[in-house]
Design a protein around this ligand. Structure first.
Ligand code: HEM
Length: 275
């Protein structure tokens, strides 16, 4: 993103003259906490009352060809986007400056890597939605809840990419590391820097609101699978099939590489030898 930083950039420079309205207080001082509460309490509720529904509801059985390309593209893309957000929002400007990374270099790297990650994620999700729409049984298995989730997810991605592109071409845009990032960090110390976010350019605000909307619906969608431990979940087959029985039992076959059961109560139960 193009930097509009002053000669000596500051970490938290909300201009004293920023006009903070009641709307700003609601959006940037109250809404984030409402969203966090919904995300945390909603996830606990979902885990307690809908453990069998805690799943991606895989459709691999119906279609695997597009899924094989689109799913890794989306998932590895979004992991890179999350890593980029962590660096951009959590790590203060002064830290990267102290280790010798200039603002110009930082933004050039963020732009290059961010765009590749963002475009990869977007292509992945577009392919996944195309597959869902054009594969009869997959479309039949798509709920209204899924559709809402896809709309919000794509809107957040689209607004993120748009904001990055706008910052390349619009010299008047604020530096998010001096507005959005200090606000983001301030939420977690319960002193929301509303003025910093109020000073941010509109494109950042729109993107952030879509991001918050996604977090608010997260616990009630299939996105909950992202919170699933163990991490082997990332590398397991889309659908976990029941094994045929203990090793050595008639008809039992050793699991193929990558298909060994992970974290299942059966496997972990005392006295049950690993399959
Ligand atoms: C409160 C939540 C969020 C905040 C404060 C935030 C903030 C930002 C900022 C400041 C940028 C600009 C980065 C730059 O220009 O280099 C950005 C870009 C982007 N954001 Fe977000 N974001 C949030 C949530 C999300 C979510 C939930 C998604 C995805 C579903 C997302 C996807 C993207 C994408 C794809 C870009 C484009 C560049 C990249 O790939 O990093 N953001 N975001």
């Amino acid at each position: 993103m193009r930097s509009a930083a002053p000669a000596v950039p500051l970490d938290v420079p909300p201009p004293e003259n920023v006009q903070v309205t009641l709307g700003d207080v609601m959006l940037w001082g109250v809404l984030p906490y409402v969203v966090i509460a919904v995300l945390v309490l909603g996830s606990i509720w979902r885990y307690r009352y809908d453990q069998f529904g805690w799943t991606t509801r895989s459709s691999q059985l119906y279609e695997a060809r597009i899924l094989r390309i689109a799913s890794p593209l989306f998932h590895f893309g979004i992991l890179a986007v999350i890593a980029g957000h962590f660096i951009g929002l959590v790590i203060p400007q002064s830290w990267t400056r102290d280790v010798g990374i200039s603002e110009g270099l930082y933004h050039a790297m963020a732009l290059g890597i961010g765009l590749i990650a963002g475009v990869g994620t977007m292509v992945g999700i577009v392919l996944l939605i195309y597959r869902r729409r054009t594969t009869g049984p997959v479309f039949m298995a798509t709920t209204r809840n899924d559709k809402l989730m896809y709309v919000v997810l794509v809107a957040a991605l689209f607004a993120g990419l748009a904001t990055t592109l706008i910052s390349v071409f619009d010299p008047g845009i604020t530096d998010y590391r001096e507005t959005v990032s200090p606000w983001f960090r301030s939420i977690f110390i319960f002193q929301p820097d509303i003025a910093a976010m109020t000073a941010a350019s509109l494109s950042f605000k729109i993107h952030t609101l879509w991001g918050l909307a996604l977090f608010a619906i997260w616990p009630f969608t299939r996105l909950v699978h992202a919170f699933t431990a163990p991490l082997q979940y990332l590398f397991r087959p889309y659908i976990v099939y029941r094994s045929r029985g203990k090793r050595g039992a008639p008809g039992a076959v050793p699991p193929r590489r990558g298909w060994a059961p992970v974290g299942t109560p059966d496997r972990d139960r005392k006295g049950v030898p690993p399959q």
